[in-house]
Write a protein that binds this ligand. Structure first.
Ligand SMILES: Nc1ncnc2c1ncn2[C@@H]1O[C@H](COP(=O)(O)OP(=O)(O)OP(=O)(O)O)[C@@H](O)[C@H]1O
Ligand SMILES: [Mg+2]
Length: 616
């Protein structure tokens, strides 16, 4: 997983990360900056005032000045605490919102990628890994945000500590003191050397130790993904709870999620590596600090400055070390985050491979729409079997085409090709004589009202489901539901179109049956009032009466539309003008029922006879 990025690539990535974050609400950047601006100077104000107090106590002890410094110290602290707690709460709220927005950036990408990417398990895995890193260790975009806030804090802390330490070097030791050499350039250079050791070597060791977590995050990834998958599956309890219970998948779930926890030993070497590095860093920094404190104490002892200044310098040097350490850690973290950020950006850059055309596709075109498959063949990515082979088929305006065939014969694949969820491997499809790739994709899709075999409904209101929108025409929604045979059930819905489906958002939501759901899906396709209607097994879940109603109303329903009707119930295809019979991806027969039934060696006859014997 470790990508070896050049420094330039790292900087480019961070800049891109910052650019993404800069599109987030400004208040999150502002509130965090404000919180830091209020908090960071506080230790310095305290140190400076305390040093003045100490000097006063050790010197003239003038009561007025003592009280003044003490009151100032207390009141500044009180006021800052009050303000900073309010600002901090605001900043925390904004940062949490930011986190939601970051996840949203990723999920929005998922909503917009090519359908074929969604079906690609590697792509899904990449998404879940990026999400996992974002939520877990805060890698990826979250780290970029932390770098931004951290940088402001560090720069402020370092700048102020330098300002507060400066006079330590300039106050001279009296020339007659045996310790006068403390003011010599050599001694000052020595102090700088020790400081450098503290601020450069220590963070270097820490970063090296921290790097191990980049490696660790790849270990056990699969188990971690398993457990997060199960965690998420639990969230979708409505869909999965039944299967989980009936097949007692709980066993499977606990076994796999336990597996993620069982082998704790695998983490040991990582912790050991990190702990040894921390230990070395602590030893070096304690030694270096000790030497610097000694220098300050000796200089005060020699009479260069008062007792209060010792306190000021020691504290400021501490702050400097802390600030520099944080800065180095920040840079180290940003560096370690490089590979995570890279993955995140590559994911966000996933190109839309589906060709986007520009020709407008008029939904309501005079003369209707004519679709034709020209010798189309298609293999799903990563497979070498043709799911559809040499398909040539023409759909005339207002034609009703039934498509039949055994499981896996390529019927649904044909619909996916028609809707450009996939583009053909060979051949092409035309709409009114023009390759469908050349049309504006959104407008092209607008031509179709589709009920997929594996349609889904949202946990929104009935009306919103039918209209696939929040704003909709209620009369048309009711009409579509009536046409789909949902009218009687609609009367029993407590809030009519405003009734929520399922109880996800409200206790008053209504659970619907499989057949009822199918009727709503059909109503959704009808509401769209598209000139082209495609129904993939639209009545599989309907009771015989509802199914019969759909058949009798079918002609009214599709009215002036062109329709593709995929079904395993051959009797239902009789009202279609034309029947296409698929077998192993190939269109093997085409014609009316009356014609096909006479071809006793044909696939249609075989399918028809197999089904008909139960009705005799
Ligand atoms: N996403 C996919 N990736 C790889 N192969 C797929 C994918 N979807 C379908 N297939 C394969 O393509 C072939 C055709 O599938 P398709 O779904 O078109 O069949 P169908 O005729 O609609 O079947 P059914 O009657 O069961 O709905 C099958 O062999 C199937 O295994
Ligand atoms: Mg199918």
């Amino acid at each position: 997983m470790e990508h070896n990025l050049t420094f330039k690539q790292q900087i480019t990535n961070i800049r891109r990360g910052l650019k993404i974050i800069s599109t987030f609400p400004k208040r999150s950047l502002l509130s965090n900056a404000l919180a830091i601006l209020i908090e960071a100077p506080m230790p310095f104000i305290n140190v400076w005032l305390s040093a003045r107090l100490l000097n006063e106590l050790a010197g003239e002890r003038e009561q007025g000045r003592l009280i003044f410094f003490a009151v100032l110290l207390v009141s500044i602290n009180l006021a800052t605490r009050l303000v900073s707690s309010a600002v901090n709460r605001w900043a925390n709220y904004c940062t949490n919102r930011n986190f939601d927005i970051m996840q949203n950036v990723l999920s929005r990408k998922m909503l917009n990628v090519d359908y074929s990417d969604l079906e690609n398990p590697e792509f899904q895995l990449e998404y879940s890994t990026i999400l996992q890193h974002l939520q877990g260790m805060g890698y990826g975009l979250r780290n970029v945000f932390n770098t931004y806030t951290g940088l402001i804090r560090c720069v402020l802390q370092i700048g102020l500590s330098i300002a507060f330490t400066f006079s330590m070097f300039t106050f001279p030791v009296p020339a007659d003191s045996p310790l006068a050499w403390l003011s010599s350039p050599l001694a000052i250079a020595g102090v700088f050397l020790i400081l450098a050791c503290n601020i450069l070597l220590v963070p270097y060791i820490n970063t090296k130790g921290g790097k191990i977590w980049v490696k660790a995050s790849d270990v056990n990834n699969k188990e971690q993904r398993f457990s997060s998958f199960y965690l998420w599956s639990m969230l979708g309890f409505n869909e999965r709870a039944k299967d989980i219970r009936v097949y007692d998948q709980r066993r499977m779930i606990s076994k796999t999620s336990d597996a993620a926890l069982v082998d704790v030993n695998i983490w040991k070497p990582f912790y050991k590596f990190a702990a040894l590095h921390s230990l070395a860093a602590v030893i070096i920094s304690s030694l270096a600090n000790g030497l610097i404190y000694l220098y300050v104490a000796l200089k005060a002892f020699a009479g260069a400055f008062g007792i209060g200044n010792i306190f000021q310098y020691v504290s400021a040097i501490n702050q400097f070390g802390e600030g520099f350490n944080s800065l180095m850690n920040l840079i180290g973290d940003a560096y370690n985050n490089g590979s995570f950020l890279e993955r995140c950006l590559v994911f966000l850059d996933t190109p839309g491979r589906i060709h986007q055309g520009s020709i407008p596709a008029e939904k309501h075109r005079e003369g209707g729409h004519e679709i034709e498959f020209h010798n189309v063949s298609f293999k799903y990515p990563g497979t070498d079997k043709f799911a559809v082979k040499n398909l040539s088929l023409k759909l005339n305006v207002c034609q009703r085409l039934a498509v039949v065939g055994m499981n896996g014969s390529g019927k649904t694949t044909m619909v996916k090709l028609l809707t450009r969820l996939y583009d053909p491997t060979e051949g092409h499809i035309t709409l009114n004589g023009i390759d469908i790739k050349k049309y504006n994709y959104e407008e092209y899709l607008d031509i179709f009202g589709i009920v997929f075999q594996d349609y889904t409904l949202m946990n929104f209101t009935l009306g919103e489901n039918v209209a696939a929108d929040i704003d909709y025409d209620e009369n048309r929604a009711v009409e579509a539901l009536e046409q789909a045979g949902f009218d009687k059930r609609l009367e029993t819905m407590p809030y009519g179109l405003k009734t929520y489906l399922r109880k996800w958002f409200t206790e008053e939501g209504v659970e619907i049956s499989g057949g009822e759901a199918q009727k709503i899906a059909l109503a959704r396709a009808l509401y769209k009032d598209a000139p082209f209607i495609v129904l993939d097994e639209p009545t599989a879940a309907l009771d015989p009466i509802a199914e019969h109603e759909i058949y009798t109303k079918f002609n009214d329903m599709v009215n002036h539309k062109t329709a593709i009707y995929i079904s395993h119930r051959l009797s239902s295809c009789r009202f279609c003008d034309d029947i296409a019979v698929f077998h192993e991806g190939v269109l093997v027969q085409q014609g009316s029922h009356e014609m096909l039934i006479t071809q006793e060696k044909g696939k249609y006859f075989e399918l028809w006879s197999a089904q008909a014997q139960y009705y005799q």
